[in-house]
Design a binder for this molecule. Structure first.
Ligand SMILES: Nc1ncnc2c1ncn2[C@@H]1O[C@H](COP(=O)(O)OS(=O)(=O)O)[C@@H](OP(=O)(O)O)[C@H]1O
Length: 331
């Protein structure tokens, strides 16, 4: 039997390395320190590229650490079982990574002055990158086709509950069942919710649209830096300088050269501490089915979307993101 994704708060997660109770504990108890630097992304937005750059800024371009310590140990993911453990004993100043939407990220985020870098990427490229990656690894339910993944990506998490096929119900909609006098179904709520989760397919980590909305609510805070994969790609040097400025780090031009060189697509592709090839040692990837360092370009979606898909994506994007200033999206 194929393994099913894990569900937490109505959002699907990979079935290896995640535990709903631990995520709940992290939400309540994990303390974001003022010295922490957070890398926050929806998956496939260039997270690891940014982490590599942050590590290299700290080492002034020296590659010793990035070539000897796995990237997930250098900047642990707070939502994973191993990452949460590593962060507990890690010395300050820590690098912390997350793909969590803000509403389930540890609540101490709302009272901290820690620096938060939110890296966004054209969601069309995020979609294509995710389609290949999640079918390459063995810890997420596979999707049969790009078309299926496309629909799930646009849908976020709200799919149809088989018990009420005429209603479009997601777990969050069960809240209305708790309203006094409307529906009193408390005893079967957990069962309905479970049935719903088991019946639906979803992209892991939920909706890109919700993720961006949630985290961008912090965009006017001084401790929040919004970056895009596209600007990082187009002018890597200036973007690295912008990051240094945000972090209060002063690097010499030769040191920036080293950061650039050691975080390039080619350098990361060859660095087994950053290219996730170590996952093959624990049998978590489908050998010969691609690579984590896939293409590393902007606009690859144009090689994958049909005209119909491109039009549908535009329409959904306009509807879902209309309330945000469009200048925020540089693609
Ligand atoms: N150095 C560098 N330069 C340019 N592009 C890079 C770099 N490092 C990673 N990448 C590309 O980023 C994509 C992976 O994104 P993430 O790191 O966010 O993946 S993950 O969510 O943490 O699994 C994935 O994008 P695609 O190539 O489009 O699939 C990687 O190739």
């Amino acid at each position: 039997m194929t393994q099913k994704n894990i569900w937490y708060e109505g959002i699907a997660f990979p079935f290896v390395g995640f535990n709903p109770e631990l995520m709940r504990k992290a939400y309540e108890e994990f303390v974001v320190n003022e010295e922490d630097v957070l890398t926050v992304t929806f998956p496939k937005s260039g997270t690891n590229w940014l982490i590599e750059i942050l590590c290299l800024i700290r080492s002034k371009g020296d590659a010793t650490q990035i070539q000897s310590v796995p990237i997930w140990v250098r900047s642990p993911w707070v939502e994973t079982v191993s990452g949460y453990e590593d962060l507990k004993t890690m010395e300050s100043p820590r690098l912390v990574s997350t793909h969590l939407p803000i509403h389930i990220f540890p609540k101490s985020i709302h009272t901290t002055k820690a620096k938060v870098i939110y890296l966004m990427r054209n969601p069309r490229d995020v979609l294509v990158s995710g389609y290949y990656f999640w079918n390459y690894v063995k810890f997420v339910e596979n999707t049969k086709s790009l078309q299926e993944y496309f629909e799930l990506f646009l849908d976020g998490n709200v799919t149809h509950l088989p018990l009420f096929p005429c209603l479009d119900l997601g777990p969050r909609h069960f809240a209305f069942c708790r309203l006094p006098g409307l529906f009193q179904l408390p005893s079967i709520l957990p069962l309905l919710s479970k049935l719903h989760e088991e019946a639906q397919a979803s992209v892991v980590f939920g909706s890109w649209f919700d993720h961006v909305h949630g985290w961008l609510s912090l965009r006017d805070q001084k401790n929040f830096l919004l970056l895009s994969y596209e600007e990082l790609k187009q002018d890597t040097r200036s973007t690295i300088e912008k990051i240094c400025h945000f972090l209060g780090e002063k690097l010499e031009p030769e040191e920036i050269n080293l950061v650039l060189k050691n975080s390039s697509f080619q350098a990361m592709k060859e660095n087994k501490m950053s290219n996730y090839s170590l996952l093959s040692e624990v049998d978590l990837i489908h050998e010969g089915h691609g690579s984590f360092m896939r293409k590393g370009i902007s606009g690859d979606w144009k090689n994958h979307f049909t005209v119909t898909q491109a039009e549908k994506f535009d329409k959904v994007f306009k509807e879902k993101m209309a309330d945000l200033p469009q200048e925020l999206f540089p693609w």
